[in-house]
Write a protein that binds this ligand. Structure first.
Ligand code: ZN
Ligand code: ZN
Length: 378
């Protein structure tokens, strides 16, 4: 079933596929172990990807911390790598191709797909990538099996000049484009982005791209330094300055037209509402944990402010996010603060779950032990 490589752009990396591999296996709530597991087998129409880089996502951390999913599983879905083996009938790729892989793709034909409610599509609900066990992404492993519908519609070639690290941002960028489409900032509007982690910086950059004036805030100076480097100059150091007052000063005392909450914590919802003008909008982007929050109902009724939410990615925006990432519209590598080899993936997950002031995007890189392409050709 497996086609074995004999050539390819990263020749030497696809040559012989071992029978076992290292993987970070989720065994239950707060229990992830580094284990040796079988390399997944592939069938007709499928691909085996050798993972180079996989981003650690907040949703992975949430699943691990809460034990919300049955064990065992191998998580990780923001992944890039190379085609290491191809099942029968795969024509559109060749061994050694550098690719980025989505883990959810709808069928495109069913009732729900025709009505553009892709998240309800039965195919979409299935995870199409696995490193073994119940399909769950599988990027925290050396090799991933990509199922046929993902090969057909959710596997994208990485153009020359774009790194594996940059390519990993296709999914997170998609979620941010979706959030911005929901908020609809227009040119000339002032948008406050609270929280300048990697997602806050992406959201700010995308709002700026549509012509909005972006104000950012964060408690950590290190983050504001990076966001300024990436072009978001109007920043408020929330550790020293009152954000609401500072925003008013910048907006003729009205407040921002819109605010985005790119940091968790329900206490900030009212802060965001107070920071926007009457009739303004607040987008909740990081409030993924169910609970209760205190908001002033008159801010919604009397002041006519709107609370919006956005979650996860949209297939409709796949092309836009691929174009943004592959077109290198921003320096995405600057958003990565820590890179861990797969052997240290437990440390990576721990740091991501307990961020430090200098933590931004954290990636796990099975590919850090690969020879460079140059070496591979020698
Ligand atoms: Zn993600
Ligand atoms: Zn469908």
């Amino acid at each position: 079933m497996m086609a074995i490589a004999d050539q390819g752009s990263l020749e030497g990396l696809t040559g012989s596929i071992p029978s076992t591999m290292q993987a970070a296996v989720y065994r239950g709530a707060n229990d992830v172990r580094l284990e040796n597991v079988p390399v997944p087998e592939i069938g007709p129409g499928e691909l085996l990807i050798r993972v180079h880089t996989c981003g650690v996502c907040g949703t992975d951390l949430k699943k691990i911390a809460t034990g919300s999913h049955s064990a065992p599983r191998i998580f990780g879905h923001e992944m890039s790598g190379i085609v290491a083996a191809m099942g029968e009938g795969v024509r559109q790729f060749k061994l050694g191709d550098r690719v980025v892989v989505f883990h959810h793709i709808p069928c495109g034909n069913c009732f729900y797909c025709q009505h553009k409610t892709f998240a309800q599509c039965e195919t979409y609900k299935k995870v199409g990538c696995t490193a073994g066990f119940e399909p769950s992404g599988g990027g925290f492993a050396e090799y991933v099996r990509v199922m046929d519908w993902i090969v057909r519609r959710g596997t994208i070639l990485i153009p020359e000049g774009v790194s594996f690290e940059e390519a990993c941002f296709v999914e997170p960028v998609n979620t941010c484009i979706k959030g911005i489409e929901r908020l609809q900032p227009s040119a000339g509007e002032t948008v406050l982005v609270i929280g300048q982690g990697p997602i806050g910086i992406l959201l700010g950059s995308l709002a700026k791209r549509v012509g909005a004036r972006v104000i950012t805030s964060d408690l950590y100076e290190q983050r504001l330094t990076i966001s300024k480097d990436l072009g978001l100059e109007n920043s408020i150091d929330a550790s020293r300055t009152d954000v609401i007052r500072a925003v008013r000063i910048l907006t003729e005392n009205r407040g921002a037209d819109a605010a985005i909450l790119a940091v968790g914590g329900n206490g900030l919802i009212q802060v965001a509402l107070d920071a926007v003008r009457p009739g303004g909008r607040v987008l909740l982007f990081a409030q993924t944990v169910r609970g209760e929050a205190i908001v002033d109902p008159a801010a919604i009724c009397v002041d006519e402010k709107t609370l919006l939410g956005s979650y996860s990615a949209s297939v409709d925006l796949q092309e836009a996010s691929v174009n943004f990432v592959m077109g290198r519209e921003m320096n995405l590598e600057r958003l990565i603060s820590h890179r861990f080899p797969l052997s240290q993936s437990l440390e990576a997950l721990d740091l991501a779950a307990h961020p430090r002031t200098d933590s931004m995007k954290i990636v796990i890189q099975p590919g850090s032990s690969w020879p460079t392409p140059k070496e591979a050709h020698q």
